[in-house]
Design a protein around this ligand. Structure first.
Ligand code: SAH
Length: 364
């Protein structure tokens, strides 16, 4: 998103004909693409061709706002390792690490936890070669490996993911007297929305407790996210461990779509800058909660989770150590925890298997 930056820039409509050309060829060969296929191709092209973060990029994330975010996740991860009774080897797996900032802050913040770093096998799952280079540069001095899938992990595992699930594809059903699947076709020289028949596998994922649809209603579903979460649950069951997902999203399904594109800190129509804009969708937390066959914790708001881990105490300590940054630290704390900022929209869900019945950060 993720979230808009402070300074807004005007839209500069540079379109990548190369990528749109690829989409056109696939549509010509196979017919209109479902939204999920379109989103998967656009996200992969986008992340593979740039570092999108910061004021000059398209969006800013929590670890890029303040070191306190990664430090809190570090406190969480170290506590999980202690709750695991300090195994000699533990895999710390981050999904979609971006610039590697969260991991760098986590490692700095846990340097004094005796035995923790020596036990760590740090594994990163990252689709973008550009970002893999950034991660390598910021994490020098730590043994880090990149994995292509969750199958490459077999130790007890601690999984962390900030703003990863929102990048996984969603699909859209639309009600026009019957449910059809929304798709992207090529018309009049450009990309446009169209429909195709809805497959039974997709219809089977519809929540049972929604009101009757009206004409035009859209329902957003994410089979890709559910199948990815299935892999996470299988990993936890096989290796034992815990997983933490932080993202923006909702806990009660409703009609409507949340697919959005952010281009240089401005929202733009999702077909306008395909492959050149950050394309995401809000996470349906109830769906990933109900799909779990491991222990589930939360979802909590990001504010509650960070306060449970003591972010306000950390802010005070930083302010004391560096009085001239008092105001910046206060601002960062506010951005991460206030309900007008990221505090409520962002949620945290935890999963565990084979550990104590509690999970750090989720309360008593
Ligand atoms: N966690 C970072 C970055 C969030 S942006 C932060 O909070 O700043 C999303 C990240 O997920 C990027 O690193 C992106 O390249 C990666 N990503 C997106 N789709 C992916 C996929 N299918 N597989 C692996 N990584 C993916």
């Amino acid at each position: 998103m993720h979230i808009m930056g402070q300074d807004q820039r005007s839209l500069d409509c540079a379109r990548d004909e190369g990528f749109v050309g690829e989409l056109r060829s696939e549509i010509m060969a196979k017919g209109p693409l479902d939204i999920g296929r379109f989103m998967a191709l656009a996200v992969e092209h986008y992340y593979s061709t740039r570092d999108p973060f910061g004021e000059k990029g398209d969006f800013t994330t929590a670890p890029e706002i303040s070191q306190m975010f990664g430090e809190m996740i570090g406190a969480w991860a170290a506590q999980i390792w202690i709750d695991m009774e300090k195994p000699k080897r533990v895999t710390l797996l981050e999904l979609g690490p971006g610039r590697g900032t969260l991991m760098a802050d986590l490692l700095r913040g846990t340097a004094k936890v005796e035995g923790f770093h020596a036990a760590l096998d740090i594994a990163l799952l990252e689709i973008s070669p550009v970002l893999r280079e950034r991660q390598k540069a910021i994490l020098t001095g730590h043994p880090v490996r990149w994995v292509e899938s969750l199958e490459a992990v077999d130790n007890p595992v601690i999984v962390i993911a900030n703003e990863f699930l929102d990048a996984l594809p969603v699909r859209h059903l639309q009600y026009n007297g019957e449910w059809q699947e929304r798709a992207v076709g090529f018309e009049g020289g450009g990309l446009g929305f169209t429909h195709k028949p809805a497959l039974p596998e997709l219809l089977a994922l519809m929540p049972k407790d929604l009101p009757r649809p009206k004409a035009g209603d859209i329902l957003e579903l994410s089979p890709a996210r559910l199948s990815f979460m299935g892999e996470v649950f299988a990993l936890l069951k096989q290796a034992t461990g815990a997983a933490l997902f932080i993202d923006y999203g909702y806990t009660r399904p409703a009609y409507g779509e949340t697919l959005q594109a952010l281009y240089r800190h401005e929202y733009c129509p999702v077909l306008d800058h395909a492959g050149e804009a950050d394309m995401t969708a809000h996470v349906d937390f109830r769906a990933i909660e109900q799909a779990a066959d491991v222990n589930v914790f939360g979802p909590l708001t990001q504010a509650q989770f960070l306060l449970n881990l003591g972010i306000d105490h950390r802010a005070r300590a930083l302010q004391k150590a560096s009085p001239r940054h008092t105001e910046d630290i206060e601002k960062a704390l506010r951005r991460l925890t206030h309900s007008d900022e990221m505090g409520t929209l962002f949620k945290v869900i935890g999963y565990s298997y084979g550990l104590t019945p509690r999970l750090a950060g989720f309360g008593p």
